[in-house]
Design a protein around this ligand. Structure first.
Ligand SMILES: Nc1nc2c(ncn2[C@@H]2O[C@H](COP(=O)(O)OP(=O)(O)OP(=O)(O)O)[C@@H](O)[C@H]2O)c(=O)[nH]1
Length: 924
């Protein structure tokens, strides 16, 4: 095979002309053309020549190089290669251990050895080289003889010759693949034979490179190892045996359902296809008929089979295109809206579109409002009037109202259990109230008091025959009424202490008035019966004079003789009290958050703020969060009336507690709330508002004559409570006799207390507690009473002429009478025609026959001369406009509220209701 010069030059990295020159020098005569060709033998000669020129000392290796450069030979001839004996023989084991990296060293050894190059050997080397590249590992494993080893390695020294060949190299002739400059002489290989990359690595070591920039370090591309595929989660082996399927397991059921559904779908598809096919062949009329039938069937199926909707072929039930069903819109004539209100909430409350409200507000007030804008009550009222709606406001409950609600919350009858009675002891000073309580509880309270006069309310519990009784000792009846005036009406019954030696005294009389006003049962304890020279009958007489008729004289009041000092008759008193309590069935629910009253509050040096409380409902426990008036806190410690620490206090238990942040006032209610934060908020709200605690104050009843009249109009009061103080018994008698002349079944004067002398604090307290007014005839009020009256908003009316008193009382009583309601006819209208409008109802087209019809009037519906009923007017229109009034001769549209069966020829008789004031003389 001829070898072209240009190919050889390329192989050797030489210029073709240079190679031709070299060939000529080596004795191989050639034409001066790159296309000239040489035989392989000639090529070997040339190469040999070139090598000798470059490396004269390494002549031995030239032959090896030549053999490496040798063209293809048949591989079977490789066994004829002669091994060089001078070459150091590597041990078998070391050879085996050699790796690819070690090979260059071996090649060096080989190259330095004298190799006897023969033609056969050259051929064999080429063949071996080919084999080594195609199956390199096999070389190392199979090296039967030294000759073979040499044959393997003979191609490698070829790189040693590179520097020589590089000398004549030009860049134009050879640019190695990949652009990296290389000076290695390429070995001659048969066409198509793979090249070995091994010698190239070696060439870098020994070749003299042209002075060009260092090639970039070549990095063997790292082929990412293929990630080991994650093994799929092993699925449990589920075998659906016939048994399982038959057992109707959920899976079996699902599969059955699924297959059934599939089958059904398939069938339907087939049907559809059939119908499509059929449709194609049917005429239009027939097809329509068929579709109609199918729809009918579908509807039937839908209606009857319900759940089997998938079988239905018919069309879905048509939905209404309207967003809102206008028939559902309710146009109210009365509405209640919660404050604060927005246009939206007002619209919802009245059942009118927000747009309408906004347009009214724009027209009437020139206000542009949005749907979420908060509007004032007045504005809302005006809008409501415009729309013919009677609007009321519902105010959101404040925290205080919520507490009040807790206080007044009624318990279910089944939750109630009997509780001890709370008994207040009243009476004149020094008649023995404290001694009585003290003897009952066997302690020495009296001795501890300053001057022996009760300064504070105190409460104690007494046990008798297994029943508990709670006694409240007050400094006097004023305190009792004061408590009552604060709404802290803890007393279930009263023990009126009357000293047998003293009889009924002014404060006794006042106490009686207070008790009567409070309407609690009373038991009289005739005390000091141990004293000599007492007149029991006289005491009974005086009681009777105060309208307290003793039971022994046929009255209702039990009078028990006792000696508080000696302890005489106390059993009898306790029994009487228990019996009275039993009669009144005093019960409370112990299982609810505690509610009660503060009897007294004070600051204790050791314990801080201490409140003397009495539990009315529920059970108070240590740790409860409490609000009491404007004070709040946790119940830190609790003491009973013996000053013993206790953990909880059921209903009717008097206790002293610590833990409140400040000292609460007497009469303040306490309430257990959810947590301390809530208690704090409530207390702060009260303090912030600066208002007197709604719980500790009066219930907000009327205090003046005008108030009384005002509340009377609401039907709240039918009694006129009076306290009459006069200068003389004669004046008192005259006033009483005049007042008693007023007799009316609906109203009456109720004299709570009458007395000679100026108005005192007791009177004011009584008036406060009973919402009474005080008549002061020819007398004035004491300074303290006056200031108290101002403080408590109690009216003290001063008179000097008896007829003025009578006239005012008459006016007050007449004010208490509910006004008479009189109907006034305003106009009549005849129904000419009716129109049914789905959004509103039936509208009567009317003509006004006489008078006027107002939007706020009510209407009698008259049909065939019979009044069917009366209805308010929901809407009054002239043409399309809402109007307030329609006059005689006009036509209008009337919509009645609550009646939708109006007919032509009906007569509408409009009327309004007027309130006419009544007098005591007029018949009711
Ligand atoms: N002989 C006699 N003296 C009594 C009796 N009860 C009370 N006393 C005396 O009457 C005086 C007044 O008794 P108190 O118990 O302080 O009377 P009070 O009604 O509580 O007085 P104030 O606390 O001021 O309202 C004391 O000196 C008692 O010893 C009794 O049954 N017989």
């Amino acid at each position: 095979m001829k070898i072209r010069i240009f190919a050889l030059a390329k192989e050797l990295g030489m210029d073709s002309k240079v190679l031709i020159d070299e060939c000529n020098k080596a004795g191989v005569k050639l034409k001066n053309s790159a296309l000239a060709s040489i035989t392989p033998e000639e090529r070997d000669i040339v190469i040999d020549y070139l090598q000798k020129q470059d490396q004269p000392a390494e002549g031995a290796s030239d032959q090896a190089e030549q053999s490496a450069m040798a063209p293809q030979r048949e591989p079977q001839k490789m066994r004829t290669i002669k091994a060089m004996t001078s070459r150091p023989q590597p041990s078998r084991s070391s050879q085996k251990a050699r790796t690819e990296e070690e090979k260059p060293e071996i090649e060096e050894e080989v190259s330095s050895a004298d190799v006897e190059q023969t033609e056969d050997a050259t051929e064999a080397a080429v063949a071996e080289q080919t084999a080594s590249e195609t199956d390199a590992p096999s070389q190392e494993v199979s090296e039967p003889a030294a000759t073979e080893e040499q044959a393997e390695e003979t191609p490698k020294p070829k790189d040693e010759t590179k520097p020589e060949t590089d000398q004549g190299m030009s860049r134009e002739d050879y640019v190695p693949a990949g652009g990296a400059p290389t000076s290695s002489i390429r070995e001659m290989k048969p066409i198509g034979s793979p090249r070995s990359s091994k010698p190239q690595s070696k060439s870098k070591k020994n070749t003299a490179l042209p002075s060009v920039a260092a090639p970039p370090a070549y990095k063997q591309p790292v082929i990412p190892k293929q990630k080991k595929k994650e093994e799929k989660a092993q699925k449990p082996e589920v075998r659906l045996t016939a048994d399982i399927l038959e057992q109707k397991s959920p899976l079996a059921a699902h599969l059955a359902q699924h297959s059934e559904q599939k089958k059904r779908d398939k069938d339907r598809d087939v049907q559809d296809d059939d119908s499509k096919q059929r449709r194609g062949s049917l005429s239009l009329v027939e097809a329509r008929k068929q579709r109609r039938e199918q729809r009918k069937e579908g509807r039937r199926g839908f209606n009857t089979e319900g759940g089997e909707q998938q079988d239905v072929v018919g069309r879905r039930p048509r939905r209404s295109k309207r967003k809102h069903d206008s028939s559902n819109i309710v146009h109210k004539t009365e509405a209640e809206v919660e404050l604060p209100m927005t246009v939206r909430s007002l619209s919802e409350a009245m059942g009118r579109p927000a747009k309408t409200i906004m347009s009214i507000m724009f027209k009437e007030f020139g206000e542009m409002v949005t749907i979420n804008q908060i509007i004032e009550e007045d504005t809302a009222l005006a809008v409501a009037m415009e729309l013919g709606v009677d609007l009321t406001f519902k105010k959101q409950k404040g925290a205080l109202e919520l507490v009040e609600e807790i206080v007044e919350q009624e318990d279910a009858p089944e939750d109630l259990v009997t509780r001890p009675p709370i008994i207040t002891v009243l009476g004149h000073v020094d008649h023995g109230k404290t001694t009585l309580v003290d003897t009952l509880r066997n302690s020495k309270v009296v001795e501890g008091e300053a001057g022996g006069i009760t300064q504070h309310i105190a409460a104690y519990q007494v046990e008798y025959n297994g029943h508990k009784l709670t006694f409240v000792d007050t400094p006097g009846h004023a305190a009792f009424s004061e408590m009552r005036s604060r709404g802290a009406n803890v007393t279930d019954m009263v023990v009126l202490v009357v000293a047998a030696d003293d009889g009924v005294m002014p404060q006794t009389a006042e106490s009686i008035s207070h008790v009567k006003a409070s309407e609690v049962p009373m038991v009289v304890a005739m005390n000091k019966i141990d004293l000599p020279d007492i007149n029991e009958q006289k005491v009974l007489q005086e009681l009777t004079a105060q309208n307290v008729l003793p039971a022994e004289w046929g009255g209702e009041t039990e009078v028990v003789r006792v000696s508080a000092l000696k302890g005489t008759g106390l059993d009898n008193l306790l029994e009487t009290l228990l019996l009275t309590a039993e009669l009144h069935e005093l019960k409370a629910n112990p299982n609810r958050p505690a509610v009660g009253v503060c009897l007294e509050g004070f600051r204790d040096e050791g314990r801080g703020s201490v409140a003397w409380l009495i539990v009315q409902k529920g059970t108070l426990r240590i740790g409860d969060a409490v609000i009491c008036g404007k004070s709040y806190g946790y119940i830190r410690a609790m003491y009973d009336d013996q000053d013993q620490q206790i953990e909880e206090a059921p209903p009717s238990t008097p206790i002293k507690v610590t833990g409140l942040d400040s000292v609460p006032g007497a009469g303040d209610h306490f309430v257990v709330v959810g947590d301390i934060e809530q208690a704090r908020e409530l207390a702060e709200e009260r303090r912030h508002e600066g208002r007197t605690d709604v719980l500790s104050r009066h219930s907000g009843g009327p205090r003046t004559l005008d108030d009384i009249l005002g509340s009377a109009r609401e039907g709240a009061i039918q009694d006129l409570p009076l306290i009459i103080k006069a200068d003389t018994p004669g004046s008192l008698e005259a006033i009483r006799s005049e007042i008693n002349k007023f007799e009316h079944p609906e109203v009456r004067v109720k004299i709570l207390h009458e007395g000679i002398g100026g108005v005192n604090e007791s009177d004011v307290y009584l008036a406060t507690a009973s919402n009474a007014i005080i008549i002061a005839f020819h007398v004035v009020a004491e300074d303290r009473a006056m200031s108290l009256a101002t403080q408590e908003d109690v009216e003290i009316r001063r008179y000097s002429i008896i007829y003025e008193v009578v006239d005012d009382i008459r006016a007050a009583l007449e004010g208490l009478l509910r006004p008479e309601l009189v109907q006034e006819q305003t106009g009549r209208a005849l129904v000419l025609q009716t129109f049914s409008i789905s959004r509103f109802g039936k509208i009567a087209g009317c003509r006004i026959l006489n008078g006027t019809i107002n939007r706020n009037d009510r209407v009698h519906l008259i049909r065939d001369q019979k009044i069917l009923n009366q209805y308010p007017i929901a809407s009054l229109k002239r043409e399309k406009d809402d109007v307030k009034e329609v006059r005689e001769g006009m036509e209008c549209g009337i919509l009645l509220s609550g009646f939708n069966d109006i007919k032509e020829g009906d007569l509408l008789e409009a009327f309004r209701i007027n309130e006419v004031k009544r007098t005591l003389d007029s018949s009711s």
